[in-house]
Design a protein around this ligand. Structure first.
Ligand SMILES: [Fe+2]
Ligand SMILES: [Fe+2]
Length: 277
């Protein structure tokens, strides 16, 4: 992996960091503490992120020309560059999943068709491109909140090899660019109703598909027997107990009329975590 320390975390001027992680295409089947439940939960996100991040980019691009401040225009460019890198690195994990005979391509094709060709296409057609921007701003709030929780509790510590670095790097950059899309939305579509509508859609979509794909992987995995599920669920439950309450609290913050992602903090934590990679 390339040394990433050259570019510090800066919410006002995010940087694109191209890291060459090693071995993402050849991971052990249960690369997270030999735990099938957490590994398949992460696999679900390896499928969701690349297509989701391409959707983020498509959602913000139609508004780029309407942004007045040059600083924000540059932040949008960096945001796009970062999301392209995230998608690429998460997609490299798919080779590992194929080697483990997991149905990653089938799940990805289903996800692409249902979410992007049907649901989001329908929403964009009916409500216009601002709803996609609002959904993206909401999903960015979730990725930044999840990133902050994972760094705070060092949740990636039991991931194998460079998978740990991938998760930490992604968390740091999600924190770094967390307010970019929100600031674009404030400029071009500042209404409270639109913000909350996007957040509601984002919440239902993200968590229903994240759980569906986790269980799809678990059910398709012949080695993930009921006995193994019972063995693994205690450790997985500990993770859930650490993650769900602050995630819920972070979600509630989004409903405050004067909410801004910068109120959540996390920049210093991202900087120290990235420097320690
Ligand atoms: Fe990302
Ligand atoms: Fe992001």
């Amino acid at each position: 992996m390339k040394k990433p320390f050259v570019k510090k975390i800066d919410g006002n001027a995010p940087s694109v960091r191209k890291l060459d992680f090693e071995g993402l295409d050849d991971l052990p089947k249960y690369y997270f503490h030999d735990n099938s439940i957490i590994t398949h939960s992460l696999n679900s996100f390896h499928v969701i992120f690349p297509e989701g991040e391409r959707f983020f980019i498509r959602s913000v691009k139609p508004f780029q020309d309407r942004i007045k401040s040059e600083t924000l225009r540059n932040r949008v460019k960096a945001f796009i560059g970062q999301e392209v890198q995230h998608g690429k690195e998460h997609e490299r994990v798919w080779d590992s999943l194929r080697k483990s005979a997991l149905p990653v391509d089938r799940i990805a094709a289903f996800y692409h068709r249902i979410v992007y060709k049907v649901i989001f296409a329908f929403l964009g057609f009916v409500f216009g491109p601002k709803i996609n921007l609002s959904i993206t701003a909401a999903l960015e709030h979730y990725t930044a909140t999840l990133g902050e929780i994972s760094l705070k509790y060092d949740l990636a510590r039991d991931a194998y090899g460079d998978m740990r670095k991938l998760l930490v790097w992604h968390a740091c950059e999600e924190i770094e660019h967390k307010s970019v899309v929100y600031d674009v939305m404030r400029e071009v579509a500042p209404g409270y109703f639109l913000r909350i509508a996007g957040f509601t859609i984002a919440t239902v979509m993200l968590w229903s598909f994240a759980i569906l794909f986790q269980y799809w992987f678990l059910i398709a995995d012949r080695e993930a027997t009921w006995k193994r599920f019972r063995q693994d669920r205690g450790y997985a439950r500990d993770y859930m107990r650490l993650t769900v309450p602050p995630l819920f609290g972070g979600a509630l913050q989004y409903f405050k009329p004067n909410f801004h992602p910068d109120q959540m903090g996390g920049y210093e934590l991202a900087e120290t975590s990235l420097a320690a990679l």
